[in-house]
Design a protein around this ligand. Structure first.
Ligand SMILES: [Zn+2]
Length: 131
């Protein structure tokens, strides 16, 4: 995206587009958002590279940092992903997401898809029992 487009976006987001200082604040916030997006982009690329078997040394070389620095920087997002997997549906192992609601119980979790499937199975078994 061009910086002039970003500036237009910052102006549109500012509390008062006529106030240059309000635009500076909006530009700073937009800039922070872009940095987070850029970090997420690199996280995804590094995750794919690791899954494809790339070493931390090779990844560090591409990023111009040491193997230790690469591992330190990118192990955290992977750890977060592992936590998300621990919060997955106890039946189908799908992770929670904004689109997939999860019902939490004492011994585990069940996603909306599994609830629907269980509902179907229960209603079918009722049909068999009652003639
Ligand atoms: Zn499920």
């Amino acid at each position: 995206m061009e910086s002039s487009e970003l500036f237009t976006e910052a102006k549109a987001r500012s509390a008062d587009p006529a106030d240059p200082l309000a635009v500076v604040t909006a530009a700073t916030l937009l800039g922070q958002e872009l940095i987070r997006d850029a970090d997420r982009l690199v996280d995804l690329a590094v995750h794919e590279a690791r899954e494809a078997g790339a070493s931390w040394t090779a990844i560090g070389e591409r990023l111009g940092i040491s193997k230790q620095a690469a591992r330190r920087r990118f192990m955290q997002p992977f750890a977060t992903r592992r936590i998300r997997r621990d919060q997955a549906c106890s039946f189908c192992r799908k992770p929670p997401s904004p689109r997939l609601k999860m019902v939490h119980g004492e011994a585990g979790r069940i996603c909306a898809e599994c609830v629907a499937l269980a509902g179907e199975i229960v209603s079918r078994s009722k049909d068999v029992k009652s003639p």
